[in-house]
Design a protein around this ligand. Sequence first.
Ligand code: SF4
Length: 461
Amino acid sequence: MLQLLRYYEILLDYSSLLFYNILAMSGYYYIFTYGCQMNVHESEKIAGLLREIGYVQSSDCETADVIVFNTCCIRDTAEKKILGNIGDVKHLKKNNPSLIVAVVGCMTQQKGIAESLKNKFPFVNIILGTHNIEELPKLVSDIDNKIIKRQISVSSEDNPEICETMPIYRTSGTNAWVNIMYGCNNFCTYCIVPYVRGRERSRAPETILSEIKNLLANGYKEITLLGQNVDSYSYEGYDFAYLLEKISEIGGKFRVRFMTSHPKDFNGKVIDIIKNSPNICNNIHLPVQSGSNRILGLMNRRYTRERYLEIIDEIYDKIPSAGITSDIMVGFPTETDEDFQDTLSLTERVRFSNAFTFVYSPRNGTVAAGMEQLPYSVKRERIKTLVALQNKISAEKSLDYIDNIEEILVEDVNPKKPGTVCGRTESGRLVTFSGEKALIGEFVNVKITSAKSSALWGVKE
Ligand code: SF4
């Protein structure tokens, strides 16, 4: 009976498809996604791959036939959570012995981790690295057809070819993520990314432009360009400024955002294009990490506090309404009170509209993991002070919006307040106002009437 019900649900999910497609269906998938937007987009590719072999999305992991953990190893806390979550699905195998469990993503690329996952979780069937995710459908089919039971496939290749034929099942509403490059060459001493994502590889501009044109033709209103360091995009002599300019020349009403920028590569050409192109949002995420030159040197960030502030001044000078956000770390090895005061004074000076503030955690295999570590109590006090300062600045900056008329791209209904919808200003601030679901995907002028912390409220003009 359960089987019949399951089959009936699958029929409903695919009711618009032809009969022969229904016969090809295989069951349900559920994906756990950890980490940043890059990983959210990777999960859209994993979903695309699974849908190609007939799987459809399950609303929870209990009813899934394939469970995928798309992991992230950037922070220690994420890694611990992932290991706990993998352990938690073991019992599902008892009820459904044919359940297939896969662990993919950058955690598996770390030295020795694939082997340790294999030993620790014997019920995991597939372990795949970041460079060979396209093998997933074949492995799932082979396990489903009892050809194999388990497979580990992790390539240590630093410069793998970019797969341009990956199917993508997009789930991000009005926004579509578009990778412009992969990997990183920077080797910041605290960061594991270059070890697990390989060297920088950029996609051809014409391929990116054609993907974007296609997305716009399909109704997407916002494109977010993704890369570990978009400013070092480089393809046969074409740079990031060129790419942005070409995208801005595509006709029609849409918005472009991009992340993440690196202060060492961010330049005036990019600022000019943002200023002169109505489609390119004046929302710039420029991670500073620390305000101390000594710590920036130890981090191998390759810019100084002075250079960072010079860039900020140029942005505000050319684009006064820019929304600048940042990543700020506290507790890097050997960070003194004086170093921390430098971070606070930089935060005060820049007045970020928002910042992702976090405590340094050592990652195995990175240079900083071998440096002298600070006690947690020091890190805890510093993060509290930094968060309080940034919250105060965000709240003050919110007041600057009051009485402004802002153009909002409506993204969603606000589930906490029926009858209201929310979306972002060009500068990236979230605004809530009265409106119906039908407004999703529309550009609406909204007068900002009140503000609390970094959230804004308004009324439709
Ligand atoms: S730029 Fe630095 S922090 Fe960013 S991904 Fe590369 S190594 Fe990591």
